[in-house]
Design a protein around this ligand. Structure first.
Ligand SMILES: Nc1ncnc2c1ncn2[C@@H]1O[C@H](COP(=O)(O)OP(=O)(O)OP(=O)(O)O)[C@@H](O)[C@H]1O
Ligand SMILES: [Mg+2]
Length: 354
């Protein structure tokens, strides 16, 4: 049966993070997109660890509740994997056509993947042609562990949704960025998405991903350090981190803790950027665009700029999206925008896209 209320191609973007699940629905609009639905459901800290779903029942109930609370009727769902369950590598391969590479990719990829090739799904994108006449071309190789894809697709199905695309968070960020910002063909920028447990670093040249890296740092480290220093619960530490107060707890030392741990996170970001620059002589990065809930910590924004000496700006994934609706206020959109970098990129995909 076909429901008359929405097109078959309509999708929701579902970003399943370790701290929260983000859902967003966009509809094509005159200039680009219009925001139809948006919501966040919080997860307990042990439900997803290191990009692996540990407690699927909890994740399913949070997703179901979120979809119901938003009154979302669309079933087609685009989601993404993140962190160490995804391997993205730029490799040089002998020049061949896309069809030829599709035939031989399993064999070509084997040496670059640290897991048995039968355990992963492989995708690729040919980045450039043989400009130097060496018979080689650059290929972006993407490998995802099959068991992790299965875990995510099962959670999506059990939540009553239809998984139409499982993307990778870095590519979702690239799509989100392309829709909202324009860059010169030779300009390099970095998108740094700092969540609760994972930081994804994505370097784009002329809007195309040329380097990605996931590092296991994020907002939980700030919370855990506040928790340890003050001897309080995770929940109370989280409240203090957000700038709130908890009765009976002296929060005087919190800013110093936040600053110290932010320094560590910034150092990890700098290391990854330096690693990229070390392998790309003569290149420089003109700006770092920050996204992810953790970047709402003002001290962190400033420290990243100071440590990397690269100008820092908060990404606004809603720059080119019409957001006027009775369902949400502009203040709400502004508040949650840092958490929706990946979600917007997912919601822009359409069922049937490659
Ligand atoms: N106002 C705020 N001030 C400081 N930190 C915040 C604020 N709002 C959210 N955070 C932090 O942002 C993090 C969650 O961000 P996000 O939603 O991007 O993570 P996630 O996608 O669930 O996690 P991950 O991608 O790492 O699995 C948490 O550590 C949370 O404490
Ligand atoms: Mg995330």
């Amino acid at each position: 049966m076909e429901l008359p209320f929405f097109k078959k191609t309509d999708v929701i973007g579902l970003d399943i993070g370790s701290n929260s699940v983000k859902v967003i629905q966009l509809a094509p609009a005159k200039k680009s997109w219009r925001l139809v639905n948006i919501g966040i459901g919080h997860l307990p800290s042990e439900a997803i660890v290191d990009g692996y779903i540990i407690d699927s029942m909890t994740v399913i109930s949070v997703v179901k509740e979120l979809i119901a609370s938003q009154g979302i009727k669309v079933k087609n769902c685009v989601s993404a994997l993140t962190g160490h369950s995804v391997i993205i590598k730029k490799v040089n391969l002998p020049v061949m056509s896309e069809a030829e590479l599709a035939e031989s990719i399993q064999w070509e990829a084997e040496q670059y993947i640290p897991f048995p090739i039968t355990d992963v799904n492989i995708d690729f994108q040919i980045l450039g042609t043989d400009t130097e006449g060496r018979g080689q071309m650059e290929v972006m190789l993407v490998a995802v562990k099959k068991d992790v894809i299965n875990d995510y697709t099962n959670v999506i199905k059990e939540s009553g949704l239809v998984p139409v695309i499982i993307d990778v968070d870095s590519f979702a960020l690239e799509n989100m960025f392309e829709m909202n910002y324009s860059v010169a063909p030779n300009e390099n920028i970095a998108i740094v998405n700092i969540g609760a447990t994972i930081t994804s670093i994505n370097i784009l040249r002329g809007g195309i991903t040329i380097f990605t890296r996931a590092i296991p740092v994020g907002g939980n480290q700030l919370t855990e350090e506040i928790q340890k220093v003050l001897g309080i619960s995770f929940k109370d530490a989280e409240t203090l981190k957000f700038g709130g107060s908890v009765s009976g707890i002296d929060a005087e030392g919190v800013p110093q803790v936040v600053e110290r741990v932010s320094g560590n996170v910034a150092l990890e970001v700098k290391r990854s950027i330096d690693f990229f620059l070390g392998g790309a002589p003569g290149m420089f990065i003109s700006k770092i665009y920050l996204s992810g809930g953790c970047t709402k910590t003002k001290a962190l924004q400033a420290i990243i700029q100071e440590r990397t000496t690269i100008p820092v700006e908060m990404v606004n994934p809603f720059t080119n999206i019409e957001c006027s609706s009775k369902k949400f206020t502009m203040d709400y959109i502004k508040d949650v925008a840092p958490c929706f970098g990946v979600g917007v990129g997912l919601a822009m995909r359409r069922a049937g896209d490659k």
